[in-house]
Design a protein around this ligand. Sequence first.
Ligand SMILES: Nc1ncnc2c1ncn2[C@@H]1O[C@H](COP(=O)(O)OP(=O)(O)OP(=O)(O)O)[C@@H](O)[C@H]1O
Ligand SMILES: [Mg+2]
Length: 509
Amino acid sequence: MNAVVPAPLIEAAGLSISFNGSAVLSSVDFDVMAGEVHALVGENGAGKSSLMKMLGGLYTPDSGTIRVRGVPARLASVNDAIDAGIAVIHQELNLVDTLSAVDNIFLGKEPRTRLGFPDRRAMRVAARNVLDQLGFRADPDTLVGTLRVGEKQLVEIAKSLVADAKVLIMDEPTSALSDAETHALLTLTQRLRERGMGIVLISHRLGEVFAVADRVTVLRDGRRISTLPVAQVESATALVSMMIGKDFAPPERGDDEAPRAQGASSTRVEVRNLTLWGPARAMVRDVSFSVLEGEVFGLSGLLGAGKTEVLEAIYGVSAYAQEGSIAVAGQRRSFRSPDEAAAAGLAFVTEDRKKDGLVLEQSLEANFMLPSLPRVPGFPFYLRRRLHGRVAEQARASRVKHRSLAQPANSLSGGNQQKLIIGKWLMTQPRILLLDEPTRGVDVAAKAEIYRQILDAARAGVTVLIASSEIDELTLLCDRILVLCEGRAKRILPRSDFSGDELIRLASP
Ligand SMILES: Nc1ncnc2c1ncn2[C@@H]1O[C@H](COP(=O)(O)OP(=O)(O)OP(=O)(O)O)[C@@H](O)[C@H]1O
Ligand SMILES: [Mg+2]
């Protein structure tokens, strides 16, 4: 008797694509089976998103074939992909902020009444039903623009379920989620798999890959290096080594360097009884700490604990009414503009790269130079030439994968955009560096590189304040960590007392 071997939901063979003459993917094979989670990993710029955009009908391959349930398919548009049962949740979400969750879910395919009008009642009932299954708590009539990232993702998933997708592709879905939201999404992934969906998960958080994926494909420089069952992968380190094509040594921080906080260096930033009043409650309440020259000081806590708000207050861009005082280099300061803060030697890498990170349509070079310009004396044209060499140097040091410094920032992969943002601020040679979730979306190897740069800067005397939801990141980098919970300072832990469990315990209300 012959066992029935099911055809893969998607079977792509020999896919290639290039942009401006440079190959981004070279003859890549990729398949997705029903009832599996297939992880796709690789360094920033390896081609993961591009591969998924071809399956989602956004990019047309230069060559290669795509079969959907055994039948050759031409996916020339997003609608073709949806008709073929393929839904993609992109790195940058694709919802209409000014429409409600219900309207987004049914956009372009509204059920109609017999008279041909959109059947709003049916839509609301169906939306509620799907959203309930996904654990979406908010009102489906809420405008999407007011939802949190995790909720928006659920709306995207609801949309694909309503469209009866067989394959769900998620491009770094957890990079902007809290731990609890990440857990909920991964659990949901398992449920969808049990229903027989094929799921593609792109992630730089390799722990997730080991936790939920059945198979993993590694891409490197646009080529498929390997596809294998996750159970056969020895360790995360082994997986990173496949991604970068050489042995990977996870970053460490020698204990001889720590702890600077006990040294004789001087106080650079001093926050006293800081309270920030939000519209309904205090976002930060009576927080005090001081940070030394050359110290790496961490801010830990759950989403909404007040980490970002503290950094914003120091940089003088807080939206909230402020009490208490902030001193920089021994002087009480309250900066009225980013220029003023920058002139005092501060640099701020914000968490929202879409909003205030980059001028996307401008060149890499222009983006690198932008924050440094006010600080180089000389005429504009003279100044450009002088900076040019430094830009090239910084682009290399930050490992921004690029073809030319003249290419626009929006042609970089997501993680490389983040490296560019950190690099341009390091280039200003700040004395105080404020970092908010600096390595979101950055691959493991590049992260190690960014960590090295942060520690180098600290060794050279730069004071670093880093807010992060990744506990491993903080325990690796910091001399001390302040744990915030609902706006209040719970404790400041010295390096000798760091433990992941303790940090999690302190962060919980
Ligand atoms: N529309 C485009 N125009 C020019 N170059 C592009 C375009 N799309 C992708 N690329 C290039 O293709 C390469 C692969 O990019 P892609 O976004 O697929 O990488 P990725 O693996 O998803 O990286 P990340 O982990 O940073 O998201 C990058 O070097 C990128 O600059
Ligand atoms: Mg990508």
